[in-house]
Design a protein around this ligand. Structure first.
Ligand SMILES: NC(=O)c1ccc[n+]([C@@H]2O[C@H](COP(=O)([O-])OP(=O)(O)OC[C@H]3O[C@@H](n4cnc5c(N)ncnc54)[C@H](OP(=O)(O)O)[C@@H]3O)[C@@H](O)[C@H]2O)c1
Length: 229
């Protein structure tokens, strides 16, 4: 892995991914909205920034050219199929052998085998309804984006994040194929470690065509299972 593109580089997750990628010595190209370029000032001179909407196909085509890996932050913001447009542009324009890593939340299911708590389902339903009502976000757009990734013949991994918190790194999160697995019960991950998992996935071929649901490695549920194993 030599050159990686980070789509959505200016967000919180994106900035952590930029740092992890630079730490590994990768050449980094970041895509972010024009108004957010300033958020990447800390990396000035160390990364190439391509301004533009992440669902702009021409912007993505230029940004992913020659990249060995593409890390994409999929967000459900807006009601203009932003997430779907972003995922499709990456799928269509990334070099065919590139590793593609996408972020989303536990609410995305790949095979319908995830088991969600009543409170989780209620939260997703309420947020989804309210967000659509005031037209700030559309969770179904993120669902469709992931459906297209799962159906693509690219070398994808979809990393499904638990609830997130800030704080120092605790190490690489643990993961399971299905929400509902006891190891995930604590439902919390440091955002910096979510980013670490995304960047590490670039070089982990065992994660190709997997949709790992992650949780912090120091959380009670992760530690309990590790002790038993
Ligand atoms: N937040 C959570 O609790 C949580 C839980 C589980 C999984 N996740 C997943 O983690 C990833 C990162 O989420 P995050 O909450 O931590 O956010 P984040 O890293 O701060 O990223 C937000 C991204 O959305 C962009 N954005 C914000 N408003 C936008 C708009 N109106 N139109 C287009 N783009 C917009 C931001 O770009 P600008 O910099 O240009 O504003 C930034 O790239 C997502 O894939 C999310 O599904 C989050």
């Amino acid at each position: 892995m030599k050159k990686v593109c980070i789509v959505g580089a200016s967000g919180k997750l994106g900035q952590y991914m930029v740092q992890h990628a630079l730490d590994r010595g990768y050449e980094v190209v970041g895509v972010c909205r024009e108004r957010s370029i300033g958020k990447l000032d800390a990396f000035k001179g160390r990364i190439t920034v391509i301004p533009g909407a992440t669902n702009d196909r021409e912007v993505i085509k230029k940004a992913v050219a020659g990249c060995d890996g593409v890390l994409t932050v999929l967000v459900p913001w807006g009601v203009q199929q932003y997430s779907t447009g972003t995922a499709q542009a990456v799928i269509d324009h990334a070099p065919p052998d590139a590793r593609l890593i996408f972020s989303c939340g536990w609410h995305i299911t790949r095979d319908g085998q995830d088991v969600y708590s009543r409170s989780f389902k209620a939260t997703v339903k309420t947020f989804g309804w309210l967000a659509r009502l005031v037209r700030v976000a559309d969770l179904d757009d993120q669902v469709e984006a992931c459906r297209r990734v799962f159906a693509s013949d690219t070398r994808w991994t979809v990393v499904r994040g638990s609830d997130l918190e800030e704080g120092e790194s605790q190490g690489l999160p643990v993961w399971s194929r299905h929400v509902g697995d006891p190891i995930l019960k604590s439902n919390i991950t440091r955002r910096v470690d979510f980013a670490l998992f995304m960047v590490e996935a670039l070089e982990n071929d065992e994660l190709i065509h997997e949709a790992p649901a992650i949780v912090g490695c120091q959380t009670p549920s992760a530690l309990a299972i590790k002790t038993v194993r």
